[in-house]
Design a protein around this ligand. Sequence first.
Ligand SMILES: Cc1cc2nc3c(=O)[nH]c(=O)nc-3n(C[C@H](O)[C@H](O)[C@H](O)COP(=O)(O)O)c2cc1C
Length: 500
Amino acid sequence: MEDLDALTKVTMDGLSFLATLFVFVVGLVALLVVVVFIVDIFQSKDAVRRNFPVLGHFRYVFSKMGEFFRQYFFAMDREEMPFNRAEREWVYASSKGGDNTVAFGSTKTLTPVGTVIFINCPFPTLDEDSVPPPPITIGPHCDNPYETQSIINISGMSFGAISQPAVRALSNGAKKAGCWLNTGEGGLSPYHLDGGCDIVFQIGTAKYGVRTLDGALDLEKLRAVAERPEVKMFELKMSQGAKPGKGGILPAVKVTPEIAEIRGIATHQASISPNGHHEIRNVPQLLDMIELIRETTKKPVGFKAVVGAYGWLDNLCKEIEARGIETAPDFITVDSGDGGTGAAPMPLMDNVGLPVKEALPMVADILTRHGLKDRIKLIASGKLVTPAEVAWAYCAGADVAVSARGFMFALGCIQALKCNKNTCPTGITTHDARLQRGLNPKDKAVRVANFVERVRYDVGVIAHSCGVPHPRALKRYHCRIVQSSGRSIPLDELYPPVAA
Ligand SMILES: Cc1cc2nc3c(=O)[nH]c(=O)nc-3n(C[C@H](O)[C@H](O)[C@H](O)COP(=O)(O)O)c2cc1C
């Protein structure tokens, strides 16, 4: 009986405590609402909150939440930008080495202007007649030409823009897959060398990693980089698709002591590269610089640019004709106006620079017209994430394709669009050790290699469907482009053959 009384008392005390707590919490919330109400109607900075006190706050909450939920609940498979779910899922499935086939039917609409349709052959190349793509040689006139067979390689992303485990995963993955890794403009880190893959060293406008104190090119440092056997080529970055006319931007929060040391700059200060090379103000100076780097490094040298104005490319070819074919850049990387970046001003990202779809055939034709198409290898860059995009690039005249964001997806990128914030939830573009924990370089290296293998395989499948034995045999007449009339026309009608 006493036990029962004690139990009843404890229960009543508990209920009474919960009731008091409930009243207290409700009272607190009511008080908070009153305070927020008063603050909202007396503030003058925000019209929505002033006109709709308290309720106005939900607008910001929902806007923020929308960022996270859109891609899961609301966006259709082919809707999002810069990459839609179908494209991302293809990379995820491929990089996991799983089944990357799809069922029932295509979710892709084939009517929008610019859609690429490949021209299948009634007698596709039989498996036994298919061959691996032949290797190409870049820089045949320099002391150490570079030979590569890989039809897809890793585009420049600096250590700084991306994290240490991300660079290590790319390096090891590139080694497994036999493709190259471009350092991006942040210099050469030990992580790039981790896997022992082929490396393309990029020289940006700030010359990070090979700069003198006043920002000029330090030939001694350059020579030291070139002495590394992994470094196969040098890429002079003239411009980048996401921000033509603007230098690299690494926010202060991402300039860790290690990154500052590798770049040769101050710690925790925003790293802003000049918007152009001070010593390259015209075509002859561009060729002079290429020659200087090639002389110093004894390795192939090319440049990366997004095309806007294009008359200068004709002048470049004429200058090469005057100086001799060996003075030509060994490659040109044509970046797309809609390319990616760690951070860029929106107007440049959105509206400046031609997309690679227009620029690549144009540059290929200029080189062909001057008889330089064989000498100067064309590297295509810009949203070449799926096999169809890569195959298009080969049809249009590319000798090699590169991808940056495709490899980010292979590393697990969820397109959170936080590369400029140091808060990347997948650890790829952050130097926050807690967030980097999710990115295991060993596992992700396998994914990088799988992605390369699947792209190679599926681009091969497209080539065979078009009746050629390998992707490098794809020509413009193998694809058609949908026009505003709703009909497609062959790419070689859109960009007719030019005479050398
Ligand atoms: C996070 C990030 C960092 C990048 N850093 C560089 C860089 O240092 N140098 C450079 O030339 N391009 C840089 N890029 C641009 C890519 O190399 C590439 O030109 C562009 O993203 C288009 O290719 P994609 O569509 O395959 O990403 C970067 C891109 C991203 C997404």
